[in-house]
Design a protein around this ligand. Structure first.
Ligand SMILES: [Zn+2]
Length: 440
């Protein structure tokens, strides 16, 4: 049900300067005013959000948020929706990246298009129910297993996006050269998928036999279609693995600053300080965006270490200090690459706070930005955030401050997107299956 005119009072905006409470108005689905309140407003006209069931919520034009936090919809900029929730079919005994890849590859031909489509729909809708309203998913397109297997995932992904488009936006970046970009016909395949509606070019050059050839190939493809590139980079504990070096060269060569993203960058943490400084400086010059994937790095990396096991994740603080955008994202959810997770960015925020030592009062703002504004910039989301004129796309969380978000990980959330409330985990009646709540 459309509800594009709305007024909410007693709102906490932890990302706004000054703290305090706010009164916000939405007109035609856009923020039309953002006003700081003098203090708590007592109003009979505004109905308390905690008392509204979902049907009442969808028709009430004046709502009292009762001092709860409101954030722009989270942007989960690095996911694998096609693999999510596959753990019942494929596990990982060693907990290493290589076993995860091998095991997944051995079963992927047995996954039907319908099964992959259902997994994407489920994981995207669950993410939306937690407040993530823009998702970027990498896709497994194992071209060496045949065109049909590779196209199956692309078709499933595009169909799933169509099914959930009224709830959440999805961008797709297939990992075209996970193994090698040398397979006959792979360029034609990739071009065809970009014409079908795929958004950008993905890959994992550190896993390819010739990383530089793979990166060059990615740029030829991306520049021909003027599409962004998002590569898995150096997901390894080995300090000698540094495909980011050549990636930066190519970003500079092609003027791809702002259009290129590097995920993981684990080996950067294992390098000597001088070499890490050189690469961080180069990334800043190139204008590359970065994504840290703390839960998956903590799970997959450091598996050869004993005693002081490395954390695996990249140098988050140093990258931020160099002015490089660093987003935090989910990566894998309940699959052989990561057995836990649910697409909840608050969990990711909490894990980032621990793993990157970002837990002071000032760091909290950084963590919240790594889940919202920074990934929005990396994903190129237009008109993002709670500002006048921007589309109103937000999540209300059952917490009274930004800090409480990470202290309590509140389960109760209300999600508004595309001119209507799309989800509410009601206090009395928790929906365990968002899909059932979402679809008519
Ligand atoms: Zn990934």
């Amino acid at each position: 049900m459309m509800l594009d005119d709305l007024e909410v009072i007693n709102v906490r905006l932890p990302l706004a300067a000054g703290g305090g409470l706010f009164k916000l108005r939405i007109k035609d689905g856009k923020w039309s005013s953002i006003e700081a309140q003098e203090g708590l407003v007592i109003s009979d006209r505004h109905l308390p959000i905690s008392k509204l069931n979902f049907d009442e919520l969808r028709t009430t034009r004046e709502i009292d948020l009762q001092e709860r936090v409101l954030l722009p919809g989270f942007v989960d900029v690095h996911m694998h929706l096609d693999k999510a929730y596959s753990i019942a079919h494929v596990r990982n005994r060693s907990g290493t990246l290589l076993e995860a890849i091998e095991n997944y590859r051995s079963v992927v031909p047995s996954f039907s298009k319908e099964l992959i489509r259902e997994r994407i729909i489920k994981s995207a809708l669950r993410a939306a129910s937690f407040g993530s309203l823009t998702l970027r998913s990498h896709l497994d397109v194992p071209f060496h297993l045949g065109r049909e297997v590779a196209f199956r995932t692309v078709e499933a992904a595009l169909e799933a996006r169509e099914t959930v488009k009224d709830f959440v936006d999805i961008q797709y970046f297939p990992m075209y050269f996970y193994d090698s970009a040398n397979h006959r016909g792979i360029t034609e395949f990739a071009e065809e998928t970009l014409r079908m509606g795929i958004d950008g070019v993905g890959g994992a050059p550190h896993l390819a036999p010739d990383p530089e050839a793979g990166i060059r190939w990615a740029f030829e493809l991306a520049t021909a279609f003027n599409r962004p590139i998002d590569l898995h980079c150096d997901e390894s504990d080995d300090p000698e693995v540094k495909t980011i070096d050549f990636y930066c060269d190519q970003v500079l060569l092609h003027g791809y600053g702002g259009m290129a993203t590097a995920g993981h960058l684990c080996s950067l943490s294992a390098m000597a300080q001088k070499e890490a400084d050189r690469l961080i400086g180069k990334m800043a010059d190139a204008g590359i965006g970065t994504v840290t994937l703390p839960v998956v790095n903590l799970y997959l990396q450091g598996r050869g270490d004993h005693g002081n096991v490395r954390r695996g994740l990249t140098r988050v603080k140093e990258l931020l200090k160099a002015g490089i955008p660093v987003a935090a994202a989910s990566d894998n959810i309940q699959d052989p690459f990561h057995p836990f997770g649910r697409g909840d960015m608050l969990q990711i925020g909490l894990m980032t706070a621990y793993a990157a030592h970002l837990a002071s009062e000032e760091d909290l703002d950084t963590i919240l930005r790594m889940l919202t504004h920074l990934p929005a910039a990396i994903a190129g989301v237009p008109e993002y955030g709670v500002s006048t004129g921007n589309p109103a796309s937000f999540v209300v969380l059952d917490a009274g401050s930004g800090e409480e978000l990470l202290q309590e990980l509140p389960a109760t959330r209300w999600v508004y997107n595309k001119k209507r409330w799309i989800y509410a985990s009601e206090l009395k009646q928790q929906w365990t299956n968002p899909i059932a709540a979402f679809l008519p």
